[in-house]
Design a protein around this ligand. Structure first.
Ligand code: COA
Length: 426
């Protein structure tokens, strides 16, 4: 068996004849891919292989599993997939917890709890700012995750809601599959669209290559299509998810478009949905995109959304990193030039944010304290700092979220609701 040269394999005896390991050989990849497919879905097999062997940012030592030494079988597993996110102009490191599962015969014995402990060590060692998971409901709260970034769901539109174009109208737009040659323009379109979001995922060229090169293969999760106008000029792109939830034609991503192009794209999608025998079109893109806005005019239905669950790895480090964001928010508010120390109390530990002349001079973790200017249960800080819920909404739901006097206003300036959406890197 060939060993991955880039990895230092992990090995920890768990007792009861169980051992925790990280992927070290290509044989391990095969076994893990088969295990993941058995727990989840057949398409997770090629997805696991592609992610470990071809994705530019994954590392074998981030793929953890528990083995039963008696049988040599993998019985529980999860992985860490490193992403880069952008929060306005600040780059943050996000570690996705992915493909979590335990064999039926080994469930409720704390194996995922043990894997999560190792996962969190990897997050700390790698200086990740946060971790995200698309996980099942409720379960991940016990590991410090809370819903904090919109995910999935979105808008449904039926074919009959999209009127056909006037028959005299010359078809002004066409579509074709994206190829590697299109990479520079795709990157530009993606980066432009990300400008409409306060929080988004960064896709470097290597990630784009992964997305396009794996397209025609079995491991391919998605199809990237280009929209061209009548002169053949590329005016936008969109991405179809081949395995997403539901029966609809699943548009998982779309660039900025003119309104005219968005309307034309809805008609193209209608034709594609009819051809593929899909009962409806699902737009999993953010509501502020031109495509969703055009669909809403034809009465697309909002089906609601799930959310990424987020764990903050190191609150003080994240706050320090986000200083430029907070300073810009202050500058644009009646608190411009603020000199004040604000105590953020997350009950188990508190943080002093020392603002001086409008700059965040220091963030200090001060441990357990009795009270603060802004108090929240620890899990609720992720939805606040990532702009998923406003301070007011959280306070209305939870009596243990509190502010005093004028602090509510300042908290709202520092932590407003924002538009965010995370387009995947695989
Ligand atoms: C969900 C799943 C991964 C849990 O694995 P597991 O090895 O049984 O998890 P653990 O035993 O480490 O769970 C830790 C704790 O959560 C509890 N727990 C287990 N499954 C739970 C669930 N679905 N909901 C709530 N709590 C659960 C356990 O009882 C245990 O509680 P305890 O610490 O009080 O004893 C496993 O049931 C599974 O593989 N399910 C099918 C695939 C799946 O849904 N994967 C998750 C995709 S995001």
């Amino acid at each position: 068996m060939t060993l991955f040269f880039s990895t230092t394999p992990y090995h920890e005896q768990l007792g009861d004849g169980l051992v925790m390991k990280s992927v070290a050989t290509h044989g391990d990849v095969e076994r893990l891919a088969a295990f993941n497919a058995a727990i989840h879905d057949a398409q997770v097999d090629p997805m696991t292989r592609a992610l470990i062997e071809h994705h530019p940012h994954t590392r074998p030592e981030h793929w953890l599993y528990v083995e039963d030494e008696a049988s040599g079988a993998i019985v529980s597993a999860l992985c860490l997939i490193p992403w880069t996110w952008r929060y306005e102009d600040v780059t943050i490191k996000a570690g996705e917890m992915g493909i979590v599962g335990t064999h039926e015969d080994y469930r409720r014995r704390g194996l995922i709890r043990k894997l999560v402990a190792r996962f969190k060590t990897l997050l700390h060692e790698g200086e990740f700012d946060l971790s995200h998971i698309q996980g099942i409901p409720y379960y991940y709260r016990q590991y410090g995750y809370e819903y904090a970034i919109p995910l999935e769901g979105g808008w449904h539109i039926q074919m009959h809601q999209i009127p056909d174009a006037d028959t005299d109208e010359v078809p002004r737009y066409s579509v074709r599959r994206a190829a590697l040659d299109d990479l520079p323009v795709l990157m530009q379109l993606y980066n432009d669209a990300a400008q409409d979001l306060s929080i988004s995922a960064v896709r470097d060229e290597a990630v784009w290559r992964f997305l396009i090169e794996h397209e025609p293969g079995t491991a391919n999760q998605s199809e990237i299509w280009l929209l061209l106008d009548h002169t053949g000029t590329l005016v936008g792109y969109y991405r179809l998810d081949r395995f997403g939830f539901g029966e609809g034609l699943n548009v998982m991503e779309v660039s900025r478009l003119s309104h005219e192009a968005a309307v034309a794209l809805l008609r193209q999608l209608k034709a594609a949905a009819i051809e593929r025998k899909k009962p409806y079109i699902k737009l999993g893109a953010p509501t502020n995109t031109a495509l969703v806005q055009a669909a809403r005019c034809w009465d697309a239905r909002d089906t609601g959304r799930y959310a990424w669950q987020i764990h903050l790895v190191d609150v003080a480090r994240l706050l320090r990193k986000l200083a430029p964001v907070f300073e810009r928010r202050l500058d644009a508010s009646p608190f411009a030039g603020l000199t004040q120390t604000i105590r953020l109390d997350l009950y188990r530990e508190a943080f002093d944010l020392r603002f001086q002349a409008g700059r965040l001079a220091n963030v200090e973790a001060v441990g357990f304290t009795d009270g603060g200017d802004l108090r929240l249960p620890p899990l609720l800080f992720a939805p606040l700092v990532l702009g998923h819920h406003s301070r007011e909404a959280l306070q209305a739901m939870y009596p243990d979220v509190s502010t005093w006097g004028q602090m509510g206003y300042l908290a709202d300036v520092l932590f407003p609701k924002v538009d965010s959406f995370i387009y995947t890197i695989y």
